[in-house]
Design a protein around this ligand. Structure first.
Ligand code: SF4
Length: 66
């Protein structure tokens, strides 16, 4: 199965994260960077959660609890 080359420009345009960082649009690096800090990427949060810049599991869970 051929692996499609990342289209960073397209990913950066569609990225929901409002934080200005060098991994914007480089999803694999973004996820690795957040994972290393025990966090989650901004695009997994709803807009009101994303804007807090709190990328912790505790913050993420607030938006997805039933
Ligand atoms: S993984 Fe990171 S770079 Fe990719 S869309 Fe989500 S927040 Fe943006």
């Amino acid at each position: 199965m051929a692996v499609e080359k990342c289209n960073r420009e397209k990913l950066a345009v569609n990225c929901a994260c409002t934080y200005s960082c060098p991994t914007r649009g480089k999803c694999c690096e973004c996820v690795a960077s957040h994972k290393a800090r025990g966090e989650f990427p901004g695009c997994l949060f709803p807009p009101e959660g994303e804007r807090t810049y709190d990328r912790s599991f505790r913050s993420l869970a607030k938006y997805y609890k039933k």
